[in-house]
Write a protein that binds this ligand. Structure first.
Ligand SMILES: *[C@@H]1O[C@H](CO)[C@@H](O)[C@H](O)[C@H]1NC(C)=O
Ligand SMILES: *[C@@H]1O[C@H](CO)[C@@H](O)[C@H](O)[C@H]1NC(C)=O
Length: 633
């Protein structure tokens, strides 16, 4: 690989740039490998850049987002199995929790939505000093309507997630081989770490500047200082002065990170700063990644070639028979019951009166959509949520070109096969210790759709569902014409102007990304007493971020050049009697979302079935805790 690349570079000089481009596309852009934050006691996967990413560019491909509704409340049964179920929810939500990058917070009007976003979302580690990536909300909100099939009532409705293109982008230039750390949000940092104990990237820059100054100082006074006084001054600088300047907590970390003697400071500068000096394994060589990692961007999403199947996974480069299509760490779910859905009700905490939700009765009315993305086996109560990038887009075929196998990576813990399902969540095992790989069973060309076999039971259940759907449609239980969804309207109004005063369907809600400033050439208050503001782009933060998304109503429209601007009315939730008029809102800042409880996922007749791990792959032993197949015969 490396030899090929340098050869390529030589040829580039001699011939044309074609060679380098082709080679670049073949080069893996993203690897799954052991994180720099991994320890023997708690192994962690990480994501590494296989090529350099410039600031603001997208990392990998957009992924699917699967919303879970009230998972915790559904687990609070008041019965004996509650401990296990809440334990599973805890573990699961540790990895998975952000509805905001894709708009999941609008799915329920009360209660908790936790959104599973595989790939970058679940697997990139947390390291507040090193954050170099963040969600790009607009890529999911303004996703292209791949196979949305406006108005068509087909059996795929409600059986797959309609949320996708959940993407992360670089917030800094990222060099080849660097580990990717996503921003967990300010709240997370505040809740989960003592501010004083962490060095931010800004801190690191300041320390680097100080290191330079210290080196200059010792150079200047080289002749006057002997070794002993040099060391004495150095210790004084890095301990007492640093603590006085940075505070005790941070000062202590800084002195631990810096070398013991001033002469070694040059090594800090040479390695590119204190950050790289203190954590050299943050950057891995391509050879290391090739050997110890697994390429994670061989597949990209697109509209599936199967009718009514929504999105599918396609080869982004050619993949030889036997090669890994995609790696996928699994999140172990010891009891499938955790995905059952019940009616829920509000209760109040005895001590502080805070509101929370619990199960109301024990009648199961459905399953979380997540079930359709989990791997399972008919002889087991266990499920496994695959967290690999793009893997959840892979659809089913009886003539597949890929299959699921266990990985031979040393961090795949096949000794877990001998543990009881519950043991997989015991202290000491609460990490992602299972790795599967989707492996090509045939040569796959670039652009081919990837298929695995979901199993005979899945196929039977699906065939049954398709028949049932047609019957229900005839009887009018499911609509003959599917209601218009937010995604349909967003596609329609990508370029077409909105009509002021138009009636849009009841099940959608218009929202505007609003960042505002006071007007300069008009009064900040109009004759009716409404505040007047001007739409503006955020100077330092992302404007198209869902924290800036508010309900809005169009008041008027101006045609500007080849696009449109609107004045909109915005009312704060705190005081809806007052409105603010925001002027010059661009077309691209306006979007529809589905109202709570209305998106396709809520279809009661939606299909639910796990994807089967092939029988010869699913381990014998304690995981086969359900022996249903034999009982039924
Ligand atoms: C976010 O994604 C959108 C749509 O793909 C793109 O136009 C925009 O440049 C991206 N923004 C950043 C900051 O990466
Ligand atoms: C395609 O895959 C999705 C996700 O696993 C699934 O929900 C859907 O039913 C599949 N469709 C077909 C036709 O296989």
């Amino acid at each position: 690989m490396v030899a090929k690349r340098s050869l390529c570079l030589l040829l580039v000089a001699a011939l044309s740039s074609k060679c380098s481009r082709a080679e670049e596309e073949n080069q893996c852009g993203l690897y799954l490998a052991t994180s720099s934050t991994s320890t023997a006691a708690e192994p962690k996967w990480g994501i590494f850049a296989g090529k350099s990413y410039s600031k603001q560019s997208r990392i990998g491909f957009g992924d699917i987002a699967i919303h879970t509704h009230q998972m915790e409340a559904n687990a609070l049964s008041g019965e004996d199995d509650e401990d296990l179920l809440t334990n599973i929810v805890d573990f699961f939500e540790n990895f998975i929790w952000v509805p905001h990058p894709v708009g999941g917070q609008f799915e329920l009007d009360e209660g908790k939505v936790v959104t599973a976003i595989p790939g970058g979302g679940t697997l990139s580690c947390f390291n507040p000093k090193m954050t170099n990536a963040d969600w790009n909300h607009s890529s999911a909100f303004f996703r292209e309507p791949w196979n949305e099939e406006k108005g068509v009532s087909h059996p795929g409705r409600g059986s797959y997630s309609t949320f996708y293109e959940a993407s992360i982008h670089a917030t800094d230039d990222i060099e080849e081989g660097m580990e990717i750390f996503i921003s967990y949000g300010e709240n997370y940092v505040n809740e989960n770490s003592d501010d004083n104990e962490e060095l931010s990237k800004e801190d690191m820059k300041k320390v680097d500047m100080t290191v330079n100054k210290i080196v200059e100082f010792f150079e200047k006074h080289q002749d006057e200082l002997d070794e002993e006084s040099k060391n004495e001054i150095y210790q004084f600088l890095i301990r007492d002065v640093m603590q006085a300047a940075a505070g005790e907590g941070k000062g202590k970390i800084i002195s631990e990170v810096l070398p013991d003697t001033p002469d070694e400071l040059r090594a800090v500068i040479a390695s590119g700063g204190v950050l790289d000096y203190s954590q050299p394994s943050l950057v891995r060589s391509t050879e290391w990644l090739e050997q110890h990692g697994r390429c994670m961007d061989n597949i990209r999403p697109g509209p599936s070639t199967i009718p009514h199947a929504g999105r599918g996974a396609f080869a982004s480069r050619k993949i030889a028979a036997g090669a890994v299509v995609a790696p996928t760490p699994l999140i172990q779910i010891p009891d499938e019951e955790v995905l059952n859905m019940y009616d829920v009700k509000v209760e109040y905490d005895e001590n502080d009166g805070t509101e929370f939700h619990v199960r109301n009765g024990n009648e199961v009315f459905g399953s979380q959509l997540l079930l359709n993305y989990c791997y399972g086996h008919p002889e087991s109560h266990m499920l496994f949520y695959p967290a690999g990038a793009g893997v959840s887009f892979i659809n089913h075929s009886k003539k597949p070109n890929a299959q699921l196998v266990w990985s031979k990576h040393p961090n795949h813990h096949s000794h877990w096969f001998q543990l009881e399902p519950e043991e997989l969540l015991e202290e000491g095992n609460r990490y992602l210790g299972l790795l599967m790989e989707v492996v090509a069973t045939k040569d796959i060309a670039e652009g081919d759709e990837i298929f695995i076999d979901y199993g005979d039971l899945w196929q039977e259940a699906w065939d049954e569902h398709v028949k049932e759907w047609e019957t229900l449609k005839k009887r009018g239980v499911v609509p003959k014409r599917w209601p218009t969804r937010a995604a349909d309207l967003n596609a329609e109004f990508a370029t077409k102007p909105y009509k002021v005063g138009a009636n849009y369907p009841e099940n959608v809600q218009m929202k505007c990304f609003l960042v505002i400033s006071k007007p300069v050439d008009e009064e900040p208050m109009n004759a009716n007493g409404d505040k007047v503001r001007i739409w503006t782009k955020h100077k330092t933060k992302e404007t198209f971020d869902s924290s800036n998304l508010f309900d809005c109503t169009l008041i008027d429209r101006q045609d500007v050049d080849d696009t449109y601007e609107y004045s909109v009315s915005w009312r704060s939730v705190a005081d809806p009697s007052k409105q603010t008029i925001v002027k010059h809102v661009p077309q691209k800042a306006i979007i529809f979302v589905d109202k709570p409880h209305t998106s396709d996922q809520f279809t009661p007749e939606g299909f639910r079935h796990y994807i089967q791990i092939p029988d010869d792959v699913f381990p014998e032993g304690p995981w086969r805790d359900a022996a249903v197949a034999e009982d039924e015969e």
